[in-house]
Design a protein around this ligand. Structure first.
Ligand code: GLA
Length: 382
């Protein structure tokens, strides 16, 4: 967490609104494995990181609320009684959506001001959006004594994303951001919404992210399409979600679905199994098995689920040429953002350099490397 950024939002809040704010840090997340399994009631393996959203928030006596996105230098005033989604892609939908979903639960939110800033770029696949939603709901819960549990809060954040942002996301991002534990990843069962913490100490190895710095515009609609395809196959199989299916079950409806949807469902079933295997490998500190599962995950995301892109595939191929990288894959929704790499500590810098040079040469644009620390979930900063 950056002390500088929390000070920035604090001092700008005080300058703008002449009162002292409540300060909140809400982290982004990584995901070791288990991609596009969350909305299939499956398993995921995320962790909160030391980068995210820094928010300063306070009640106001006026009859208007204000949200100020410092990164975009964009300020918006709004009336709590007249909330509706702004045009697609607008940052304020994350704020409005959270407030509206709180109101939908018959809780009363008064007027407030918020200033926020982040240190993960949007579209990096590190859930800056969930971090923002969580910071808003967490702050409002505190200021207006709403009595919401952390579980209530993440469901509100998720609904905001569905109804105001227009992405029918699963629960992984909001969960990881809210419930993160320092130095741990969480094996989350997305059906029960309960997780088991795993201490992450890969001895000689570490996790490293490389951001392609691309976000393809089709990503939101493609995401929703994938989710619908999974749901329609579950309906065909007469099960609640693909988590309940085996590969053999899927075979029984093979001739009733398109080849491309068959591959997508197969991917989900296999990825869910990989995630369970990965947790076992991690327990034994069997990093070679873990790495191989991570590579297989990418393979499935790219060739079966079709949510990768040339830039992500390129970075994973770079990893495969380097013996010091045990596993690499795209992370998050896809179509851009980061790869996550399991790499030997002594060779992380040289791999970062190798991949960056090759990427620049191939695409004539730069990628960015992030070394991350696993951190505590959404919390108040004293
Ligand atoms: C996005 C969504 C998550 C999850 C991932 C893919 O980050 O918000 O719910 O589905 O994509 O694993």
């Amino acid at each position: 967490m950056s002390a500088q950024l929390i000070n920035d939002v604090k001092s700008i809040f005080i300058d703008t609104f002449k009162t002292y704010p409540l300060l909140i840090f809400s982290p982004g997340r990584i995901n070791i494995i288990g991609e596009h399994t969350d909305y299939n009631d499956g398993f995921v393996f995320p962790a909160a990181v030391d980068k995210g959203i820094y928010a300063a928030i306070q009640k106001t006596g006026g009859n208007i609320s204000t949200a100020y996105a410092l990164d975009m230098d964009s300020k918006i005033e709004f009336d709590l009684e007249k909330l509706k989604p702004s045009k697609e892609g607008s940052w304020e939908n994350y704020v409005f959506g959270v407030v509206a979903e709180i109101q939908n639960r018959n809780k009363i939110v008064g007027n407030f001001n918020i200033v926020f800033k982040g240190d993960i770029p949007g579209g990096a696949g590190m859930s800056s959006s969930a971090a923002l939603e969580n910071s808003v709901v967490f702050g409002l819960n505190e200021l207006f004594n709403l009595g919401l549990s952390k579980h209530d809060m993440i469901l509100i954040s998720q609904k905001a994303e569905h109804n105001y942002v227009g992405v029918n996301c699963g629960i992984m991002d909001q969960y990881a951001s809210m419930f993160g534990i320092e130095d741990h990843a969480l094996l989350l069962d997305c059906r029960t919404v309960e997780s088991k913490p795993y201490k992450i100490d890969f001895k000689d190895h570490q996790l490293m992210l490389i951001n392609t710095n691309v976000k393809h515009s089709l990503s939101d609609s493609a995401y929703n399409d994938r989710r619908s395809a999974c749901e329609s196959i579950s309906t065909l199989l007469d099960i609640k979600a693909l988590r309940d299916a085996t590969e053999a079950d899927l075979e029984t409806v093979k001739d009733k679905v398109t080849p491309s949807n068959y591959q997508k469902a197969l991917y989900v079933i296999q990825e869910n199994n990989r995630t369970k295997k990965a947790s076992k490998a991690m327990k034994k500190n069997d990093l070679h098995t873990l790495g191989a599962l991570i590579y297989d995950s990418h393979d499935g995301l790219s060739n079966q689920y079709k949510v990768s892109c040339v830039e992500l595939d390129f970075l994973v191929d770079q990893a495969k040429t380097n013996k010091q990288v045990l596993g690499a894959r795209m992370m998050g929704g896809g179509f851009g953002g980061c790869t996550i790499n399991l790499v030997h500590k002594d060779h992380a810098e040289s791999f970062a350099e190798q991949a960056s040079k090759a990427y620049l040469k191939h695409f004539n644009k730069a990628c960015s490397v992030y070394f991350i620390k696993l951190s505590e979930g959404t919390h108040i900063v004293k």
